[in-house]
Ligand binder design. Structure first.
Ligand SMILES: [Zn+2]
Length: 64
C-alpha cells in the first residue's frame, strides 16, 4: 500500500502488501510540525480573544 501524506500529498513510503496499490493516508513529520504550530497559534489567539470571559474557554476548545 502506498502511504501518502493527507496534507501535502507527498508519498511518504510503502507498506505490505506492496502489490496493493491503494493509498493510505498519514501525516508526514513536516506537516505534523506545521499542524502543531497552527494549533498552538490558534490556542494563543483564542486566549487573546476570550480574555475576560474565561468560563467558556474550556468548552470551546473541546469542540474543536
Ligand atoms: Zn506532508
Amino acid at each position: 500500500m502506498i502511504i501518502q501524506c493527507a496534507w501535502c500529498k507527498k508519498i511518504v513510503g510503502e507498506k505490505e502488501p506492496l502489490q496493493d496499490k491503494r493509498v493510505t493516508s498519514t501525516i508526514c513529520p513536516e506537516c505534523f510540525k506545521k499542524l502543531k504550530k497552527e494549533i498552538e497559534k490558534r490556542k494563543r489567539e483564542e486566549k487573546k480573544h476570550s480574555s475576560g470571559k474565561t468560563q467558556n474557554a474550556g468548552q470551546k476548545s473541546l469542540k474543536e
